[in-house]
Design a protein around this ligand. Structure first.
Ligand code: MN
Length: 731
């Protein structure tokens, strides 16, 4: 295991100003946090974060990144918390470790189809800080290096994911050496035979050409030295995976590949690069169409070099890459690492500020990736337009859920599973209780609190923004309403059987279903509950010789069974007509002194969206926007006035009309009337309609403070067991 002083030494070598105390504290903190945890290899777990940090010291990264690497698994795998890390190491490191904790949850997402999704999430994460991604890539590299210890299934999954996501990403960021190693390791685990074949042949080739390579290296170095150019020349062989993918791509055999060898010439400055090219082209004939100047036109990942191919000693084709030390560093470690390094040299206290090179680079890379005009292979199948209008959240188990931006925990619940949405009663976002209506943010961990036997409130339908949630809520409330009707119907039917002196049994009713033309008992009960079927007919279907001796109740309001309850309820009925107070209506947007009245039939209450209609001889008549009467003015736009309520705290009462359908039995009106009274609403007038032998309709003219009050009254009435339906009437 790397010792504490070794880590500090490695960093100090490239960064003399390193905060040794910080590194030491991180080392000890992570060592203690991971304690006796072991890796699959049997090594202490702590060796892993240390190796990750070591990989990053090779890229010469700043203290914050190194410390974040040492701490990167502490929040997820040990008892450490974000707050603890913030207070011990500062918020900058805290947020890096937090970003890594979020990315770690990606590892649990294993479905192949979800990879493009993951990748976008990854982009979102790096958008916050490129260093998170650098640590993540180093983390993946160390895990790949030690992959032989894990189970074959896990090995295959991780290798595949590395090849599809992480290696191309490293390449896209210009980190060639990291990319090569990730690819070769994946290749080795996924296709062991092919890997062995390619590697063996590359080795044979290297042995065979050893002398030739040494000759070219020497000749070239000498030739350049003679011209006063100090160059580092090294022969290099293509990597096994890149050889393999070229064989695959071009369907060629190993022997047919001509460019397995290349030479790299590293010099001090750009001037020397072109002088090297001059020397090489003078000494050996150049192969046409192989000259590429990536210095004057850098690649998108900021790769810079000049490439050429010549016919060298022994008529051997020789490929050359010529570059400066700085270009070489960028080609190996990527511009991000390089820029971070440069930032640090320019500023004693490095932070990823908005002016820094690394930040600018990052922003440009994300723009490029998001534009989707990049021909790079791994972007081809990702629909990046989703990137801007989506949010990505995690379940507590780390499943990644993609939702449209603006989605609420309600949408999240339904996205996880319909039953989760239906039973949602609360939510914890990132461990804290939050409202179910709060819009979700990227990276939120969302835990739905559930209670079985819940029905989603119908109002959720307008809050949810995903189609899946809306459809499910509609279905659930339809089912709930149906269940309510069936419950009501059951009461009615049981009483009807009781009155008839007959025994109710579901079996007998089931046998009678064809006679009632219904498919199920539930259907029958719901039909009775809705008033579509008379309970006496249900009794008759089971006992065909049963004679109904009860006369249907009279529709007369004077029927003591109904109106008799009025006194008992103790509710005072106000005199109708006192409400149309012409001049005092608190409505804004009216013209001049025209008299203002409410439309007859129901009126409007504060909270209703309203419009005024100019009516000759009568002034302005105010209608709720949903009033069907407004259709009559559709072709006269000049009469419409935009008006709104000018009212803060409703003290006044406003008229509204509702129709309540309730079971036809003594006490119904009393129950309805006293509930309305309890809720602080007045009843102005009551009329009765006969709906069916089982039901009566009460048409109530009431007075309420506002729409919320009215809605309360309606929903409380609906909750009465005797009540079948409550509708507002707007004329
Ligand atoms: Mn790790």
């Amino acid at each position: 295991m790397m010792r504490q002083y070794e880590l500090v030494d490695r960093v100090r070598k490239y960064n003399p100003q390193t905060d040794e105390d910080l590194l030491n504290r991180a080392y000890v903190f992570a060592m203690r946090a991971h304690g006796a945890q072991k890796r699959a290899s049997g090594d202490p777990y702590f060796t892993h974060p240390l190796e990750v940090a070591a990989i990053l010291t090779e890229m010469k990264l700043d203290d914050a990144t190194i410390v974040a690497a040492v701490l990167h698994d502490t929040i997820e795998d040990t008892g450490a918390t974000r707050a603890e890390i913030d207070s011990l190491f500062g918020a900058e490191i805290g947020s890096l470790v937090d970003g890594l904790t979020k990315l770690k949850k990606l590892d649990l997402v294993s479905k192949r189809a979800a990879q493009a999704e993951n990748f976008r999430k990854l982009l979102l994460a790096i958008a916050e800080d490129v260093r998170v991604l650098l640590v993540k890539l180093a983390d993946r590299l160390h895990n790949m290096r030690t992959l032989h210890y894990v189970s074959p299934e896990k090995r295959a999954r991780i290798a595949e994911e590395t090849l599809e996501i992480y290696a191309p990403l490293a390449g896209r960021m210009g980190m060639q050496s990291l990319r090569d190693e990730l690819e070769n390791l994946s290749f080795k685990y996924l296709m062991p035979e092919a890997f062995a074949m390619v590697s063996t042949r590359l080795e044979d080739l290297r042995d065979k050409n050893k002398e030739l390579i040494a000759t070219i290296e020497d000749e070239l170095t000498e030739e350049l030295a003679r011209r006063g150019i100090q160059a580092h020349v090294s022969g290099r062989q293509k990597q096994p995976y890149s050889v393999w993918s070229k064989m695959e791509r071009k369907s060629v055999a190993f022997e047919q590949l001509s460019d397995i060898f290349g030479f790299r010439v590293v010099v001090n400055d750009v001037d020397e690069v072109y002088r090297v090219i001059g020397v090489v082209h003078t000494k050996w004939p150049m192969v046409p169409n192989r000259f590429k100047d990536y210095i004057s036109t850098p690649k998108q990942n900021d790769y810079r070099s000049v490439h050429t191919t010549v016919v060298g000693p022994g008529r051997q084709r020789v490929e050359l890459q010529v570059r400066t030390h700085e270009m070489h560093d960028i080609a190996r470690n990527g511009i991000a690492a390089h820029a971070l390094y440069k930032d640090r040299r320019n500023a004693p206290a490095p932070v990823l500020s908005h002016e820094s090179n690394a930040y600018q680079w990052l922003k440009r890379t994300i723009d490029l990736l998001a534009d989707g005009d990049s021909p790079e292979e791994f972007l081809e199948h990702t629909r990046l337009e989703l990137f801007h209008d989506q949010v990505f959240c995690f379940t507590p188990k780390g499943r990644l859920i993609a939702l449209p931006r603006g989605a609420t925990p309600i949408d999240f619940g339904y996205a996880v599973h319909t039953s989760v949405g239906n039973s949602a009663v609360g939510v914890k976002i990132n461990g804290r209780l939050a409202p179910l209506l709060a819009p979700l943010a990227n990276g939120d961990e969302v835990e739905i609190i559930r209670a079985e036997g819940q029905t989603p409130p119908a109002a959720w339908e307008s809050i949810a923004i995903t189609g899946k949630a809306r459809a499910a809520i509609r279905r659930a409330s339809r089912d709930a309403v149906r269940a309510q009707y069936a419950g009501l119907g059951r009461q009615i039917v049981l009483r009807a059987f009781e009155r008839a002196g007959k025994k109710f049994s579901e079996d007998k009713l089931r046998a009678a279903l064809p006679r009632l033309a219904r498919a199920s008992i539930e259907d029958v009960l719901a039909a009775v509950g809705r008033g579509e079927m008379f309970s006496g007919d249900v009794v008759k279907s089971v006992y065909p010789d049963f004679k109904e001796d009860r006369k249907p109740a009279p529709a007369n309001p004077a029927d003591p069974g109904w109106f008799g309850m009025q006194k008992a309820s103790g509710v005072q009925f106000k005199v109708p007509g006192a409400t149309n107070n012409v001049h005092a209506l608190p409505i804004r947007g009216l013209r001049g002194d025209l008299p203002v009245t409410f439309a007859p039939n129901g009126g409007a209450v504060p909270g209703d969206r309203i419009v005024g209609i100019m009516t000759p001889g009568e002034g302005i008549i105010v209608y709720p926007i949903q009033s069907p009467a407004l259709a009559a003015f559709d072709d006269q736009p000049e009469r419409w006035l935009d008006v709104r309520w000018d009212i803060e705290d409703a003290q006044e009462l406003f008229p509204a009309k509702i129709i309540v359908a309730a079971i036809n039995e003594p006490g119904s009106l009393g129950a309805v009337a006293s509930l309305i009274g309890e809720l602080g609403a007045n009843i102005d007038d009551v009329k009765f309609n006969k709906k069916s032998p089982d039901f009566r309709e009460m048409i109530l003219e009431i007075q309420v403070f506002d729409l919320k009050h009215l809605t309360d009254v309606q929903s409380r009435l609906r909750a009465l067991p005797i009540v079948n339906s409550v509708e507002r009437v707007i004329g």
